[in-house]
Design a protein. Structure first.
Length: 216
C-alpha cells in the first residue's frame, strides 16, 4: 500500500517536494501531510500488533480513531476545494470539475463506511484489522488513478486491489478460507469504483454542477 501511494503521487507530490516546490495551496499540502501521516500510523500499528505489544497498540489506536476522522474531514475539504481551484485557474471545465467531485466524495464515502466499521469491530481483532486494510486500500484509488502507465482499466483495478488480493491469498493459505471481511470489503470497493462509469455522464453531471455552484 505504501508503494502504491509513493508511486502514484510521486510525479505530482513527492518529486515536487524533493525539488523544493511547495507552491501548492495550503489545504492541498495539509491533505498530503495528513494522508502520509495515516500510512505511517497504520504501519506503526501493524508493527506494534505483530510484535505482541497489543496494549500499546490499543492506546495508540485511541489516537488513531481521531486521526481517521481527520482523514475523512480533510478528504471532504480537498474533494471540494481541488476542483474549485482548478476551475478558477482555468485548468478544468465545469464537467471535469463535477466529475472529479464524484470521484473524491466517493472515496470518502468508502473510507467512512469501512473505517467506521473497523472502529466498531475493535473488540474483534480478526475483523478489525481486515477492515482497516480495506478502508486504506479505498484511499489508494486516487494514487492508482495517477499512474498513467497502468492501463487498461482492468489492470488499474488489479493494481488498486492488489493488497487485498495478497491478503486473501494469505488467508486462504494459512486459514484454509478467506475471511468474509475481505470478501465484503473487496466487493464494496469494486461496486464503489463503478461510479466512474457515470462520472462524466448526465446521470451525475447535473447534480455535480449544482454542488459546485454552492461553493463557486
Amino acid at each position: 500500500m505504501t508503494a502504491i501511494m509513493v508511486v502514484g503521487f510521486w510525479p505530482s507530490y513527492f518529486a515536487r517536494l524533493l525539488r523544493g516546490d511547495v507552491a501548492r495551496p495550503l489545504v492541498v499540502q495539509l491533505h498530503g501531510i495528513v494522508f502520509v501521516g495515516w500510512m505511517v500510523l497504520l504501519l506503526t500499528q501493524v508493527l506494534l500488533a505483530a510484535s505482541g505489544r497489543v496494549r500499546t497498540h490499543r492506546r495508540v489506536g485511541s489516537f488513531g480513531i481521531a486521526y481517521g476522522w481527520l482523514v475523512l474531514a480533510m478528504g471532504l475539504l480537498v474533494g471540494v476545494a481541488a476542483p474549485i481551484l482548478h476551475l478558477k485557474a482555468g485548468d478544468w471545465n465545469e464537467d471535469r470539475a463535477a466529475a472529479f467531485l464524484l470521484t473524491t466524495l466517493g472515496d470518502m464515502v468508502l473510507w467512512g463506511v469501512f473505517f467506521g466499521a473497523a472502529v466498531f469491530y475493535r473488540p474483534r481483532p480478526e475483523i478489525h484489522k481486515r477492515l482497516m486494510l480495506v478502508a486504506t486500500v479505498g484511499l489508494l484509488f486516487a494514487a492508482v488513478g495517477r499512474m498513467r502507465f497502468v492501463s487498461p482499466i482492468p489492470v488499474m483495478l488489479l493494481v488498486w486491489l492488489s493488497p487485498l488480493i495478497v491478503a486473501m491469498v494469505y488467508d486462504w493459505k494459512t486459514r484454509g478460507r478467506v475471511h468474509p471481511a475481505y470478501i465484503i470489503g473487496t466487493a464494496g470497493l469494486f461496486v464503489g469504483a463503478l461510479r466512474e462509469l457515470v462520472a462524466e455522464t448526465n446521470v451525475w453531471l447535473p447534480l455535480g454542477h449544482r454542488l459546485l455552484a454552492l461553493f463557486v
